[in-house]
Write a new protein. Structure first.
Length: 183
């Protein structure tokens, strides 16, 4: 299959997989706008041209948010794309890990797990995560306030301490600027 066609196929797959899902906020957009924004961030902010990384950007949430499987991703997009998608897929805490915790405690466990996962990622996967976080920080400023926004920005600052700026300086700097904005 032609490489350029793979990007179109990944976009169609992501839109179909996220059918009916919506983003946060009072006037939510269809969820599929998020992976499109992530790929736009990768390409136009981060200057990424590696088509496997761009495909993985379209698909970055399908394993955690839809019924898509790793096998399906590998069959349609190849092993490298599958590996990138798996590497950026968030692991959720088990019932045992959050037993007896309040919402703040659960958030702390989830946040620590996420940051540990990011620390173990390859620079390529961290680049996808940076593009994802840039989209999410922009969205957070539009849809969150008070404690929720403050907590998200604090988590973002921790993420930037984990991911070296060398992974993708343009994306890293864009997140730093966005996180510093007043709410």
């Amino acid at each position: 299959m032609a490489r350029r066609q793979l990007l179109h196929d990944a976009l169609r797959f992501a839109v179909g997989a996220h059918e009916g899902q919506i983003r946060d906020g009072d006037y939510p957009l269809p969820y599929a706008t998020h992976p499109v924004e992530v790929v736009a961030n990768l390409r136009y902010v981060g200057n990424v041209v590696d088509e496997d990384i761009l495909c993985a950007g379209f698909l970055h949430d399908v394993l955690e948010e839809t019924s898509a499987t790793q096998e399906e991703i590998e069959r349609l997009f190849g092993r490298r794309v599958r590996d990138l998608v798996v590497s950026v897929t968030r692991e959720e805490p088990s019932t045992k890990q959050v037993a007896g915790l309040d919402k703040d405690g659960i958030y702390a466990v989830r946040s620590r797990m996420l940051l540990d996962e990011i620390e173990a990622m390859s620079p390529e996967s961290q680049t996808i995560k940076l593009a994802d976080r840039l989209s999410n920080v922009v969205g957070a400023h539009a849809t969150r306030e008070g404690k929720k926004l403050k907590r998200y920005i604090e988590q973002t600052e921790k993420l930037l301490r984990i991911i070296s700026r060398k992974a993708n300086p343009a994306l890293w700097d864009a997140i730093k600027r966005e996180a510093a904005k007043e709410s």
